[in-house]
Design a binder for this molecule. Structure first.
Ligand code: GDP
Length: 193
């Protein structure tokens, strides 16, 4: 898809703020600093529409980006920051549950993981959480450029095994640095929107 228009529509903290124009939605989830903003920016050819390296402690919001008046990317606040307080973590959980449980226009979730490392306990929890809501999940194993070609298959296999990715779900090797996987990502996206 040639992206001609991409804009942030709202940073929402609660349901009543979500857009209500019924466009299909793709959510993006992942650990803080995993490369989620870079993934969005790479797909839509923008340097910095999605804020990279969002700091902990800032208001956690669901950021709705409208793409070509055709669909939304919804940037879900990152998880896995050790320093986040219990109260903040609870608030995050309530917001996530409210969103994933009720959002009818949500078509699929792209879960971003770092292909270099074994998925963390938080990653596993997030995958299970999404499957609990029967959502289709696309696992984007990013930072592929950081792994030598000869080792990539092994790393991808570990990602699949640790998350216990269901057979209907897709695992997509990706790099925001080189753009590997970008065409495939759009191919998958188009099936959902
Ligand atoms: P976010 O917190 O998940 O939104 O993560 P960011 O997109 O801000 O990325 C965190 C850091 O990882 C930044 O320094 C990015 O430049 C870097 N990064 C993200 N994706 C890639 C990638 O595919 N390859 C490499 N080499 N670095 C990446």
């Amino acid at each position: 898809m040639k992206v001609t228009n991409a804009e942030i529509v709202i940073s929402a903290v609660s349901q009543k703020q979500y857009p209500n124009d019924q466009l299909p939605e793709i959510a993006l989830a992942g650990r803080s600093n995993v490369g989620k903003s870079s993934f969005i920016n790479k797909l839509i050819n923008r340097k910095n529409l999605a804020r990279t390296s969002s700091k902990p402690g800032k208001t956690q919001t669901l950021n709705f980006y409208k793409i070509n008046e055709a669909f939304y990317f919804v940037d879900v606040p990152g998880y896995g920051y050790a320093k986040v307080s219990k109260k903040e973590r609870e608030k995050w959980g309530v917001m996530m549950e409210e969103y994933f449980q009720t959002r009818e226009t949500l078509k699929a979730v792209f879960l971003i993981t770092d292909v270099r490392h074994e998925p963390t306990r938080d990653d596993i929890q997030m995958y299970d959480f999404l499957k609990h809501f029967d959502l289709p999940v696309v696992v984007v194993a990013t930072k592929l450029d950081k792994i030598p070609k000869t080792k990539r298959a092994k790393h991808l296999k570990r990602t699949i095994q640790t998350l216990q990715v269901e057979s209907d779900d897709i695992v997509l090797p990706f790099s925001s640095e080189t753009g590997e996987g970008k065409e495939e990502a759009w191919g998958i996206l188009k099936q959902y929107i």
